[in-house]
Design a binder for this molecule. Sequence first.
Ligand code: HEM
Ligand SMILES: [Ca+2]
Length: 703
Amino acid sequence: EVTEETERIVEDAVLRALDSLNAQVDSSSEQTSEHIIVSQQANSESKIAQFTGEVLEEATRILVEEFGMDILPMANEVINKWKAEDEESLAETTTSHPETTPSEPSRRKRNAIIRPKRQATRRGRRCFTPPTDCNNRFHTTTRAITGICNNRQNPELGNSVSPFRRILGGASYADGLGRIRTRSVNGGNLPSARLISNSLHDDRNNQVFSPTINHLHMIIGQFIAHDEIFMPSSVARDGGALDCSACNAATRVSSNCAPITIPRNDPYFRTPCMRLTRALNGQENFGVRTQIDQNSHFLDLSTVYGSADCEAETVRSFIEGKLLTFGDLGYTLPPQNLNDSNCQSFAPLHCFTCGDFRNSLHPALIPVHTVFIKEHNRLAEQVRLARPRMSDEQIFQLVRKIMIGTWQHIVFNEYIPKYLPARTIRNFGLRPLRSGAHRGYNPSQDPSISAEYAGAAFRFGHSQARFDFPRLTEAGRPAGNFDLGHDIFYADQNYLAGIGGWEPVMNGMVRTPSMKSDRYFSFGIRNQMFEIRGRNGSGVDLVSVNIQRGRDMGLFPYIKYRQLVGLPPVSTFSDLDSTMSQENIRALRNVYSDPADIDLYVGIMLEEPLAGGQLGPTASFIIGEQFKALKTGDRFFYETITEGTDNFTQEEIDEIRNNVSLAKLICTNMDFAVRISSDIFDHRSRQVACSSLPQINIEKFLR
Ligand code: HEM
Ligand SMILES: [Ca+2]
């Protein structure tokens, strides 16, 4: 039971939090001359989440200072009470009982910490479906764009703009709440993320390639990441971008700045600090800082269809179920985005509009986006011809469902087995069935993306990325490279009609190796993220960002996660030798003063790969566990048949399982590829005729 006294204490803390936030300095970059690329831009819904999150964060600090941590559960009871009263008064608005509605000032305090439900609009349109009856016809037949109601008992699990899950439950912050860890367990300072990157992760321009895995595997990994995760950056009070470049930005600009110290004599950067904006805090309770995922967490092609209803509208033509494209150059591209605030190339070389905002982060993403758009439109055309009376909406939803099934099959059947060891795949039940259907949908499985997967483990793919992206003609002859570091958020490479547009880029990724997934990262990744052409050092180091991001998110140090995989506890550096080479242990000793300080990302990238896989035990576990959650916690998973949901029929599942392959998907949608690799993620693969590969038959899906 919540006493009036507790309620008053909480109200008071919220009021003081509001005052203190209003008094804080916080200026957006619009006021500075520098243009900053923000790839992780918060949408309107996330900005609302940040406001309530920050009031709660500050109020938590106030409460804890005065009453200690033990007050928090009681304070959260107050929130629950207010939420319940809120819903009651909403239900009663028709009858209107003025005496039960809280007074105006009291309502202000409540509104400040209870996030308004799904009402954000952009350009006057609704962006997020408000909560409805999850058992209605729509949620029986159709996967919502946002992912809402996928879980009927807990409709917001895994939907867009919802929190990450934490594998170990808690978080690791300096004050137990939200302040970034800066101290070693020995009391000194933790090494700066850039210092770590320089001493452990520099490949010194000696790219070591994977003997078996091609660069396409890298880009499909990124496409998976962009489907599952979009962790927005904090914004300034006025909603604009924060400029967190200065070393003192955390005090002078915003407490949401966490710039990284650059060591003197840095091999590339000449400034004393590297900018980093903290991930947006969307905590919904008194307690620990909580990062949110702005995308639908599910594997549902958010990259193609978007994660908010208004975003989904921007990619559709609303004619015959098709998606928008740009075809002025004689080949297909996604529609142009005429005002992409991040785009560095100038008109007419516009960046593009796709389901995911980061589609033009570098030029090799567009070929993948385009293949999926073309396949959608190809299938939509077949449906239209077979069923001329179907509406735009009916065609769109049917094709979208098939496309998502296709994508999930590719991820589980082709992408995962290339780098996770067979044992991990078996332990987590990730292998697609050869026949029948998956009956294991589990509504108590939380499908949400874990903070550890988003902030560390699944970023392993940054190690696979080459600095050079070789282009190849259809015959496999070199057609020039592009350089990753010069092309971050530049779209020009996709406008080279003379050499066939994006097709030579796709061909290059199929036929050339990726870098090995190890502790070494290419020059572009380590020095030139978001660099403006001609201005050396104007970008950031993605490896440093990953390390600092882990601290920002409150991930525990590496050694804590080893217990998940049953590895022995670590108290000295030499205890690491069950999973790391002597050379890597020596390298760690040079930069960390204690093994208990090793950042999760660093530890993962220095583990020896498991037999039959590309990653060590800790990363394999975190990733395997995530894909299990995305499989068994997705009511619409393509292999699943579960009561009360219009899943694929057995025949339809068989059609996908027997006839879908990434190779066929790619070569069907390229003019170039008459022949294609039989093993699509192996650059040495035998080439086979595209026409010899099975093709999905749309007739099987027309009831
Ligand atoms: C050339 C290739 C790539 C580039 C330039 C790139 C760039 C980036 C950047 C700039 C971020 C934001 C970092 C932050 O602020 O915290 C990011 C996040 C991330 N990347 Fe990559 N990436 C690439 C490839 C990949 C690959 C291959 C994978 C996985 C196999 C991957 C997985 C992730 C994940 C999981 C995140 C976190 C997403 C989020 O916070 O929203 N990336 N990447
Ligand atoms: Ca998604």
